[in-house]
Design a protein around this ligand. Structure first.
Ligand code: PHE
Length: 352
């Protein structure tokens, strides 16, 4: 009966169930179709009567089927939308991002100041030969100044060679060590280039040292070297003053005091005036390149078949530690915070 059929249709749970019902009623062998086939045996009166009734039933069933199909599709669409819904108001995930270590930031700041003055930035190896680190910068083995820089000596594996400025093997030039300063790059650079030039050399250096609040076995230096005709101590003071102004603004000033480094003559230690705190920051060493350094460079060049290039020129050099600058400038109490502890909570204070 029709009511029952309509009820079944409107309760069909899926498109497949609906299709089964459609076949059952309206299919080739469906109930309605079979009834239609009996019409031929009826009298014209009855046929007209029953025909109209059957058509009505067929239309109702068809309409009901279509309605249910639409409803089922609508429902599954709704379900899909719900399933795939995005709550755009949910707070996002935090993607932690890295930042530059304070010392990297300071290094960058310093390099930018020197680039402005026309210096090229060059780097050298941390594993050095005794020659470039000591002998070449006028610190022969017997020189008492070697005691100033306690050294990590290395015992390289069989077949290891230290390369010179042109990639040549320099195994005949003393023991291997971790460079104690960036000054060996003075020698390497001068061997490879002819004056005039201006360079700065940032890099890691190592000292065999008991660590405490102001000493680390590893730290960073910045080395400066300018060589050419007629270069004087005044040029050095000018450059360091420019550095002070770059770091501390227009009121930045420098102070030079005589001191001794084997690779400069005259030699000085320099301090910078920190206007904000009204005090001097003792920063590093500097001076005019010692003739023995130029001589060692030219001898090395000659050994490689290159012409001597450092007779009749002069130059200045400086070197200082980046950590010291950072400690003073930011009031950091202990150098070990930088690398031994290296805590994010410490480093994050200096993110920019
Ligand atoms: N190399 C010296 C040091 O590490 C610093 C320095 C460099 C001094 C250049 C004078 C000139 O102590």
């Amino acid at each position: 009966n029709l009511d029952q059929a309509l009820q079944e249709i409107s309760a069909a749970p899926s498109l497949e169930a609906l299709h089964t019902l459609k076949v059952q009623y309206l299919g080739k062998n469906g109930l309605v179709t079979q009834e239609m086939k009996t019409l031929g045996k009826l009298s014209p009166e009855e046929r007209k009567e029953k025909g109209r009734a059957l058509n009505e039933i067929k239309e109702k069933l068809t309409a009901a089927l279509a309605a249910r199909e639409a409803a089922i599709k609508e429902q599954s669409l709704q379900e899909q939308l719900e399933r795939e819904a995005l709550d755009v108001s949910l707070p996002g995930y935090a993607f932690p991002s890295g930042g530059l270590h304070l010392i990297s930031q300071i290094q960058k700041e310093l390099l930018d100041i020197f680039r402005t003055m026309g210096h090229s930035v060059v780097e050298g190896p941390e594993v050095e030969s005794e020659f470039f680190n000591f002998d070449g910068v006028n610190m022969p083995e017997w020189h008492p100044a070697r005691d100033m820089q306690d050294t990590f000596w290395l015992q390289p594996p069989e077949g290891f060679t230290i390369q010179g400025p042109f990639g040549e093997s320099v195994n005949d030039l003393g023991s291997a060590l971790l460079r104690t300063h960036t000054s060996p790059m003075q020698v390497r650079y001068m061997v490879q280039h002819t004056p005039p030039f201006k360079i700065v050399v940032p890099g890691r250096v190592f000292r065999y040292e008991q660590t405490d609040a102001s000493h680390e076995a590893m730290f960073f230096q910045l080395e400066g070297l300018v060589v050419g005709e007629g270069i004087t101590m005044a040029d050095l003071k000018g450059a360091i003053t420019e550095l002070a102004r770059g770091l501390f603004g227009a009121e930045g000033r420098v102070r030079f005091q005589p001191t001794f480094f084997p690779f400069v003559e005259p030699g000085a230690q320099f301090a910078m005036w920190w206007p904000e705190r009204q005090k001097w920051l003792e920063l590093g060493g500097a001076g005019m390149v010692h003739p023995n350094v130029f001589k060692a460079v030219d001898d090395y060049r000659e050994k490689l078949g290159l012409p001597r290039a450092y007779e009749g020129v002069s130059g200045w050099a400086f070197g200082f530690g980046l950590e010291r600058l950072a400690l003073l400038r930011y009031g950091i109490p202990d150098i070990r915070y930088f690398y031994q502890q290296n805590r994010l909570s410490f480093l994050r204070q200096f993110r920019n």
